[in-house]
Design a protein around this ligand. Structure first.
Ligand code: PLP
Length: 391
């Protein structure tokens, strides 16, 4: 749907949903098959096996026909009981929403605060866990890549902090905007539930979400008493054993997922991560050249999937985005929660190459001029200099 005719391709540079590659679109453009028939079982079994590589796990990956929010709920309801305590870290808007959900489900969620300009505060997490001698805290929940701020938490360090405190809590991690874009290792980092979504690094439309589940999480689900039905892992895993689902799966999205996973594995996950690292660095060079601050104030936590850019006081990020959409047919991410109108977000995740990045930054630079935001011209050149020197 377009409210008026626009020539040229729309630039979808929000930090997800991302651009869906033609190969994935073609894969979805196939007849829907019988999800109880013999071919589906073969297809489902192979896909459920293959997707594990993306999470770097040898354990189960559950696929829901739902957005990421559903997979958040699945992670909590399968592992916890009413009144359980969890430790969450307020890295930004998405951590805030997950915290609110936990409260609505009857979980008591402690919240480690941050200033929304860095990743999870690992020292605080360790201290809280050390103080919890009775092991009342049942889970630590961290958003790996906080899409509202462009800050990436160090899950390897969170794991080490939990081990250093000798605490048995489960580790639940939201990778909705990092999986398939930023290095992530479910097994190696001892994550118990990884939450993911289809519409970002996996290059699919919205509509699928995931839980990768450790043996420890599976064990916890046997005694967890929060009510669950649609999200219950047990019937899901029973059906998945032969490649099927307990209810109607999103068949055509699964065709797309199969193609998307092939694309990621053919490129090689490490190459995918390096590609995003490089585009993120080029973007930061453009932003600094323009004279703006990056929302992430801690270089060790810079996100490779998106960059949130702070505009100078007195300038509206929403007005800038509206100008860029109107003039250049490009969507950029808005500021969420306390960052509304203060930042705009450039998505550089998913199916993305050098020329798309330069087009994106070109649209921003032209928009800055048109919207009258004071800046030093030449940010695009700074990005090109970096990219051409680092092919
Ligand atoms: N967590 C993170 C980090 C996200 O970026 C998002 C969506 O952008 C969500 C959770 C919520 O996912 P969904 O909108 O697919 O329900």
């Amino acid at each position: 749907f377009q409210s008026k005719p626009v020539a040229g391709r729309h630039f979808l540079q929000i930090p997800g949903p991302t651009n869906v590659p033609d190969r994935v679109l073609r894969a979805m453009d196939n007849p829907t098959m019988d999800h109880r028939g013999p071919d589906f079982g073969l297809f489902g079994k192979a896909l459920l096996e293959k997707i594990r590589h993306v999470f770097k796990t040898t354990s189960h990956v559950v696929i829901y026909p739902a957005s990421g929010t559903g997979a958040w709920e699945a992670a909590l309801t399968n592992t916890l009981s009413p009144g359980d305590r969890v430790l969450m870290c307020e890295t930004g808007w998405f951590a805030h929403l997950w915290h609110e959900m936990a409260g609505r489900l009857g979980i008591v969620a402690d919240f480690v605060k941050t200033d929304w300009r860095r990743g999870a505060d690992v020292a605080q997490i360790e201290q809280r866990l050390r103080e919890d001698k009775a092991h009342a805290i049942k889970a630590v929940c961290v958003v790996h890549n906080e899409t509202s701020t462009g800050c990436t938490s160090r899950i390897d360090e969170v794991r080490r902090a939990m081990d250093a405190a000798g605490h048995p809590a489960l580790l639940l991690v939201d990778t909705i905007s990092s999986l398939g874009s930023i290095d992530y290792r479910h097994d190696e980092w001892g994550v118990d539930v990884t939450v993911a979504g289809s519409q970002k690094g996996l290059m699919l439309p919205p509509g699928l979400s995931f839980n990768a589940v450790s043996a420890k999480a599976l064990k916890a689900s046997e005694t967890a008493r929060l009510p669950r039905s649609f999200w219950d892992w047990k019937p899901m895993l029973a059906a998945n054993a032969t490649g099927y689902f307990p209810y109607t799966p999103a068949t055509n999205l699964l065709y797309g997922l199969d193609a998307a996973v092939d694309m990621l594995l053919e490129e090689g996950l490490d190459n995918v991560f390096a590609r995003h690292d490089r585009h993120a660095e080029a973007t930061r060079r453009a932003v600094r050249h323009w004279g703006f601050e990056i929302q992430c104030a801690e270089p060790r936590h810079y996100s490779s999937s998106l960059t949130a850019v702070r505009l100078p006081e007195g300038h509206s990020a929403n007005a800038l985005r509206a100008t860029i959409l109107e003039r250049h047919n490009m969507s950029l991410g808005n500021g969420l929660g306390q960052l509304n109108d203060r930042v705009f977000r450039i998505g550089h995740l998913g199916d993305f190459g050098d020329l798309q990045l330069i087009g994106t930054l070109g649209g921003v630079e032209m928009g800055l001029r048109a919207a009258g935001v004071p800046h030093q011209p030449g940010g695009v050149q700074a990005a090109m200099d970096y990219l051409s020197g680092n092919a």
